[in-house]
Design a protein around this ligand. Structure first.
Ligand code: GRF
Length: 192
């Protein structure tokens, strides 16, 4: 736990690859009074990420990096993060795995949101796997990012009940609703 010094907000970058509903929600959260963060940068590995429009709508700087050469992309991102004085990174549906070198060199906190009750269902297709296994519970986890995929220390986990009639799509929708509630809660927990 860390105390916020004065009213200075922590300069944050959000990394996305897709729809960006969590980005949209974090932008909203960064505008409320009690928020510890300001969102100053949005990074994507693809121009196709629909969520990039939320950066435009809120006049937040956005930048797309081609990950064909990962170390090259990470080097460029680190330079930009330094230039923008970014101290905190929120991964929100970012589909690339950051290297241990990147994590070390960034030096600040990096967190991620994952749509399962980790350590269950690391990686992709979490809802398909939960339904296939007839799980009674599902949920989302916000955790620190380490070089090992979806394995860093858990900050907050929210459990929900899977209904008998749920399918992967309905479950994803239910979990996403909780993600939007608990990603901000995890950030408050870290910095307050
Ligand atoms: C979310 O389910 C998140 O947990 C996972 O990817 C999805 C991203 O959704 N990592 P969105 O792009 O924020 O709408």
């Amino acid at each position: 736990m860390e105390k916020l010094i004065g009213l200075k907000k922590i300069k944050t970058a959000v990394f996305i690859s897709g729809t960006g509903s969590n980005l949209k929600n974090l932008i909203k959260f960064a505008k409320i009074k009690k928020t510890p963060i300001s969102i100053n940068l949005v990074i994507s590995n693809t121009h196709k990420a629909k969520g990039l429009k939320y950066a435009d709508q809120s006049n937040i700087k956005k930048k797309i990096f081609n990950f064909h050469n990962i170390s090259n992309a990470e080097k460029k991102i680190l330079t930009l993060l330094k230039k923008e004085k970014i101290k905190f990174i929120c991964l929100a549906g970012f589909m690339k795995i950051l290297s241990s070198n990147f994590i070390k060199k960034f030096g600040g906190k990096i967190i991620n949101i994952h749509p399962s009750l980790l350590p269950k269902y690391k990686g992709l297709n979490t809802h398909i796997r939960a339904i296939a296994n007839k799980d009674k519970f599902a949920g989302c986890t916000i955790h620190y990012v380490t070089a090992k995929l979806d394995s860093g220390k858990i900050i907050i986990q929210k459990k929900i009940t899977v209904a008998a009639k749920d399918n992967p799509t309905s479950l994803a929708k239910k979990v996403l609703k909780q993600e939007h509630k608990f990603y901000p809660a995890a950030i408050i927990k870290i910095f307050n």
